[in-house]
Design a protein around this ligand. Structure first.
Ligand code: FOL
Length: 201
C-alpha cells in the first residue's frame, strides 16, 4: 500500500484552523509547505489529499495546488470541484488512496512519488488511525507562540495515542524532504514556530 505523510501546522493545543481558514499568515511557513509537497524527482509528481473544507479554504488562485495531483474527499459525490482536470473527487480516505495508487501504477504517464495528507481535522484523525506501514511520517510545524486561542478546529493529539512517535533529528528532516530547512525556532510577524519531523517504526 502507498505510504502517506501528514503535513500540518498546529499550535501546542493542536489548533489548526479558525473560521474556515488558517489562524495565521506565515509566508515562509506556507512556502515550506509548498516546497515539501511539490518536491519530486523529475518526471514524477506528488499527490496532496485533502477534505472538502480544506480544498475550499485554499485561495482560488492557488487551487488546484500547482504541480501536484490534488485529491479532494467529499461524501457528496456530486460535489463540483469546478472544472479542474488536476483534481479528483473521492468519498472517503480509502478510495482516495486507491485512486492515488491507480495513478501511481506503471501504466500512468506521471507516476506519483509521495502522497501527503494536508487536512483538515477529520482527514487527519482518519489518517492518524491508519497502521504504521501506511502513515509513518508527520511533518509538523509546531506553532510555539502565541497559542491562537481563537482556534475552532483542532487536530487529534497524535503524541498521546497508542502509536509511539519519535521526533527525528533536523538532519533526518532535511534528508527526507531533500532540501535545506531553517533549524530551530523561527519567527515571522511575532509568531514563533519550528519545523519538525516525527516518525514511527
Ligand atoms: N501544513 C503546514 N505546515 N502549513 C500549512 O499552512 C498547511 N496548510 C494546510 C495543510 N497543511 C499545512 C491547508 N491549508 C495553501 C493554503 C492553505 C492550505 C494549504 C495550502 C496554499 O495556498 N498553498 C500554496 C502556496 C501559496 C503561497 O506561496 O503563498 C501552494 O502552492 O502550496
Amino acid at each position: 500500500m502507498l505510504r502517506l505523510t501528514i503535513v500540518v501546522a498546529a499550535t501546542k493545543s493542536n489548533g489548526i484552523g479558525f473560521s474556515s481558514r488558517l489562524p495565521w499568515r506565515l509566508r515562509k511557513e506556507i512556502k515550506y509547505f509548498a516546497q515539501v509537497t511539490t518536491t519530486a524527482p523529475s518526471g514524477q509528481q506528488n499527490a496532496v489529499i485533502m477534505g472538502r473544507n480544506t480544498w475550499e479554504s485554499i485561495p482560488q488562485k492557488f487551487r488546484p495546488l500547482p504541480n501536484r495531483v490534488n485529491v479532494v474527499i467529499s461524501r457528496n459525490l456530486g460535489y463540483d470541484l469546478c472544472e479542474f482536470a488536476a483534481s479528483v473527487n473521492e468519498h472517503d480516505l480509502k478510495s482516495a488512496l486507491s485512486q492515488v495508487e491507480n495513478l501511481t501504477s506503471a501504466s500512468s504517464s506521471s507516476p506519483i512519488h509521495r502522497a501527503f495528507i494536508i487536512g483538515g481535522a477529520s482527514i487527519y484523525s482518519e489518517a492518524i488511525g491508519l497502521p504504521t506501514d501506511v502513515v509513518d511520517h508527520i511533518l509538523l510545524t509546531r506553532i510555539i507562540s502565541p497559542d491562537f486561542e481563537e482556534c475552532d478546529v483542532f487536530m487529534p493529539d497524535f503524541l498521546s495515542g497508542k502509536a509511539r512517535w519519535k521526533r527525528a533529528t533536523h538532519a533526518a528532516l532535511e534528508e527526507w524532504v531533500g532540501f535545506e530547512v531553517a533549524e530551530g525556532v523561527q519567527e515571522e510577524d511575532g509568531v514563533k514556530y519550528e519545523f519538525q519531523m516525527w516518525v514511527r517504526d
